[in-house]
Design a protein around this ligand. Structure first.
Ligand SMILES: Cc1ncc(COP(=O)(O)O)c(C=O)c1O
Length: 415
């Protein structure tokens, strides 16, 4: 395979990292009708569509309550505040995540404690969580990064040993499952983002809290709406963090398509895995205990920046998640506790690359990405010699333990 085969051919459109126009094209009549309905009724704030979406999404996540809020960041912040987490408290989270996970902790008044990752799962390394626990620790926020559920069994076990609360950051994991249960049902509460490019995305900012905790749900219903359930009666000093009725109407149209779109993402991930085999790359691993929904398809490679440029020259857009770890951001020059060493978090920033991934990519586009990546390694020949240290692929706990847990699944990992 040589470079001419992988170059963007005449007539080949550039390949976008995410293409929301195609998603709209698929659902345009239903979305237009839903939006038109709201515009005609004028019911913009906390209307029927919000209630309908909250009921559907709670059921989808196997949870009792869903409370629509303005964003994923708000969902996390409202959960932490609602649980009484604040000044003098520490909250443990992975070091390589979107900054919102840490910002929510800071906005609640607590201190984020950043923990390194497992290089196989890209999620927080449960073994390192124990080292981060102090007398001030109140909660752990595992992030189901890139759409792969975090190791909730081990995390819940540590949490119950130390009396800590677990909150899922499920902002990248709509529809993912862990041991047969949906993300969103695996801890005390979960936060979702419906930022447009998410597996389930709105046409603007939107988010939701999902929980079985009646008291927490009631509190967040108040705090998202000026502390009010009845107009002009204020029982708490709340804020304004409501899910728009318009956004909820769009989410109601999209939700029934989520499982099909996730299946398509999984099929594309499999095509990438097959097409990119035997290159000096580390590809995302599947786990027998979870259903990854590939919000992102992230590879690990040497010469990452040269590959980005090469793919760009071939009309292929890519992403980096994330280029600067939280503890190296100016925003967190102070105000977070990095639990060193953060070997993988530091390494990921230089070596991870997200390939185009959205459910409306065509097979031909996936093939073009594969051909271009293979072309890069052909034309840059010497890279064939590079060996990336890939640790032996051992499960994070012994299979016999897995068998025990499967038998008791449904109780062991749930609150
Ligand atoms: C892991 C994670 N947490 C939190 C958020 C915050 O969500 P939002 O952008 O809706 O505030 C995101 C969104 O990108 C995210 O990916």
């Amino acid at each position: 395979m040589n470079v001419t085969r992988t170059q963007q051919g005449a007539g080949d459109e550039p390949i976008a990292f995410v293409d929301l126009r195609r998603q709209y094209a698929e659902l345009a009549p239903a979305i237009d009708a839903a939006v038109g309905r709201i515009l005609q009724t004028g019911a913009f704030i906390l209307g029927d569509e919000v209630s309908r979406f909250e009921a559907s999404f709670a059921a989808y996540c196997e949870a009792k309550h869903c409370i629509g809020v303005a964003s994923g960041l708000d969902a996390l912040t409202q959960i932490l505040r609602g649980l009484g987490i604040g000044a003098d408290d520490e909250v443990i989270l992975p070091a390589n995540t979107f900054i919102a996970t840490a910002l929510a902790v800071s906005q609640a008044g607590a201190t984020p404690v950043l923990v390194d990752h497992d290089p196989h799962t890209y999620n927080i390394d449960p073994a390192r969580i124990r080292h981060a626990i102090t007398r001030r620790t109140r909660a752990i926020i595992p992030v189901h990064l890139y759409g792969r559920p975090a190791e909730m069994f081990q995390i819940q076990r540590i949490a119950s040993e130390y009396g800590l609360i677990v909150v899922e950051d499920a902002c990248q994991a709509h529809g993912a499952t862990y041991r047969g249960h949906r993300c969103g049902s695996l801890a005390r509460a979960a936060a979702f983002s419906f930022y447009p490019g998410k597996n389930l995305g709105a046409a603007g900012d939107a988010g939701a809290v999902v929980t079985d905790d009646d008291e927490l749900a009631d509190r967040i219903r108040l705090t998202r709406n000026y502390g009010s359930q009845v107009k002009y009666r204020h029982d708490a000093q709340g804020g304004n963090s409501r899910l728009d009725n318009l956004q909820a109407a769009i989410l109601n149209v999209k939700l029934p398509n989520l499982d099909r779109w996730n299946e398509r993402r999984r099929a594309m991930a499999q095509a990438y895995r097959t097409g990119l085999a035997n290159l000096p790359l580390v590809l995302p691993e599947e786990s027998p205990e979870s259903r990854h929904v590939y919000h992102l398809f992230v590879i690990r490679c040497e010469a990452r920046d040269a590959l980005v440029t090469y793919l760009k020259d071939h009309g292929i857009d890519t992403g980096i998640h994330y280029p600067i770890p939280i503890h190296r951001q100016r925003a967190y020059a102070t105000g977070c506790i990095p639990l060193r060493p953060l070997t993988y978090s530091e390494m990921f920033a230089d070596h991870l690359l997200s390939l185009p991934m959205h459910p409306h990519m065509t097979v031909r586009e996936v093939d073009r990405v594969i051909a271009a990546v293979r072309g890069f390694y052909d034309v840059t020949g010497t890279l064939r010699e590079v060996t990336i240290p890939v640790e032996s692929v051992t499960p994070s706990f012994h299979p016999s333990e897995f068998a025990d847990v499967v038998e008791s699944a449904g109780t062991s990992t749930r609150r």
